[in-house]
Design a binder for this molecule. Structure first.
Ligand code: AMP
Ligand code: ZN
Length: 468
């Protein structure tokens, strides 16, 4: 399995630090509002990476934080007259609902920045002790960027170029030793949440949060650190500087970054105002369709959001789901016999699509090509199964299709399951009516089910039903 490492700018073979295990950290959202579909891209992309790693047999420890203290959260709380805690908790819950709708698996752990302040103070103290950080006169603690010799290695920036860019903005009275130094801890402002620290009452800078949460939940060295490409600089560059200076060991072996979700070829963002929330999109489309749309492009290619592309995703997904439905339908009446010679060779041939799918995913998670392989499998199934097919063949083909769709996080059976539970519910009601000798009601329910294409058969073992 190869993946593109931002650190080396190369596709590299994935070799885990510990055999069979993957330690992965994905920077999560700042929770001050509903997430927009740009934020959804890394969630879907890295959830798919995780699913594929699990498919390959890795035990994945997947950590993704919520940034629950930040200027934007504080501003939102002030605007609505509530507290930062209220705002953050509310939007964490809303974000989790959106994630469930997009079938993004719950992380092994979703740490909250505000619950990890002690660890942050500890890491900052360590950095001061090692000479990598210093408190200024007002209690702000800065990271001494120039002291970290590898600064710029992820974003491939030269520290002197950065310095030149910063020269203009160094203001007189600045408490920093150097314009490149960044904040680890900042003093509280009136009305803001704060914590006590050896330097001043205040709160952590954004970058230190991830260094600390990653270390606490995954250890000092991890396999993969990921996020959107806007995080490469300065966020991830600063995380590396903090973690490697404090721990004295490589922070993350691989760095993965998704490209932007755009609108009219501009990054979708809150500040530009050109965004749709996941919630808005869910009013028009099932979120499965949004997920399918996101995976229709390679994660390192920019993706333009448009109604046309969403319609194309809807149609494509429908083709897959309909094929699955058709197979489930056929299997209800299919003969329970062994595969014929012809069927055996079909089963063997069908494996080539799984192989194609794996080859695409092994090549830096090329979900676009992986989806093409699923379409080819669907086409193969549609042209080779019929009412005469054995259950053994149908089962084999269905399992393959379901396995590949599971890796993509596409659900094939949801509607059917919902329908089944509705049918079971009606059958239970009919049984109750019969027990009460209300035969008119029982017949009414039987007719209602018949209208839905469900035929009942009363047997000694109970009621059986089948689709007609
Ligand atoms: P934020 O809450 O802004 O820190 O963003 C959370 C995650 O969403 C980060 O990994 C960002 O890089 C990512 N992100 C934000 N906007 C976009 C976008 N338009 N396209 C892709 N990823 C994005
Ligand atoms: Zn982060």
């Amino acid at each position: 399995m190869k993946l593109y490492n931002t650190l080396t700018r190369k596709k590299e073979e994935f070799i885990p630090l510990e055999e069979g295990k993957v330690k992965m950290y994905v920077c999560g959202p700042t929770v001050y509002d509903y997430i927009h579909i740009g934020n959804a891209r890394p969630m879907i992309v890295f959830d798919t990476v995780r699913r594929y790693m699990e498919y390959k047999g890795y035990d994945v420890n997947f950590v993704s934080n919520f940034t629950d203290v930040d200027d934007k959260i504080i501003a939102k709380a002030a605007e609505e007259g509530s507290t930062a805690e209220d705002v953050a908790n509310r939007f964490i819950e809303e974000c989790k609902k959106d994630m469930a709708g997009m079938n993004v698996k719950t992380a092994t752990c979703h740490p909250l920045a505000t619950q990890e302040i002690d660890g942050m103070i500890e890491m900052i103290a360590k950095l001061i002790e090692k000479g990598y950080a210093y408190p200024a006169a007002d209690g702000t603690v800065y990271f001494r960027t120039r002291k970290f010799k590898d600064y710029g290695k992820l974003s491939h920036k030269n520290i002197d170029d950065l310095q030149a860019g910063h020269r203009d903005i160094k203001v007189t009275g600045d408490l920093k030793e150097d314009a490149l130094d960044f904040v680890l801890w900042k003093p509280k402002k009136e009305g803001e949440p704060y914590w006590e620290s050896p330097w001043c009452d205040g709160r952590p800078g954004w970058h230190i949060e991830c260094s600390v949460m990653s270390k606490k939940y995954l250890g000092e060295g991890i396999d993969i650190h990921a996020g959107g490409e806007d995080l490469i600089f300065p966020h991830h560059e600063n995380e590396i500087a903090q973690s490697e200076a404090a721990n004295g060991t490589e922070f993350s072996k691989y760095w993965m970054h998704n490209a932007f979700l755009n609108i009219d070829n501009r990054k979708m963002s809150k500040s530009l105002g050109n965004f749709f929330t996941v919630r808005e999109v869910s009013e028009k489309y099932e979120l499965q369709i949004l997920r399918f749309f996101m995976l229709s492009a390679h994660y390192r290619s920019p993706l333009n959001f448009s109604a046309d592309l969403m319609e194309a995703a809807k149609n494509g997904l429908e083709r897959i789901v309909t094929a699955a439905e058709h197979m489930r339908h056929l299997s209800k009446t299919a003969p329970n016999v062994e595969m014929t010679e012809d069927e055996l060779s079909l089963a063997v041939k069908s494996k080539s699509y799984t192989a194609k799918f794996e080859a695409a995913m092994d090549d830096d998670f090329n979900t676009a090509d992986a989806i093409s392989a699923v379409f080819e499998l669907v086409k193969f199934i549609n042209s080779n199964v019929s009412a005469e097919s054995s259950n053994a063949l149908l089962g084999e083909l269905y399992r393959q299709m379901k396995t590949l769709c599971d890796v993509l996080g596409i659900i094939l059976e949801k509607e059917e399951e919902d329908l089944d539970s509705e049918i079971e519910g009606l059958i239970a009601k009919r049984q109750a009516a019969r027990k009460e000798k209300n035969f008119a009601r029982a017949d009414e329910i039987r007719d209602l089910l018949l209208a839905k294409g469900i035929m009942l058969k009363d047997t000694r073992e109970g009621v059986q039903w089948k689709r007609i």
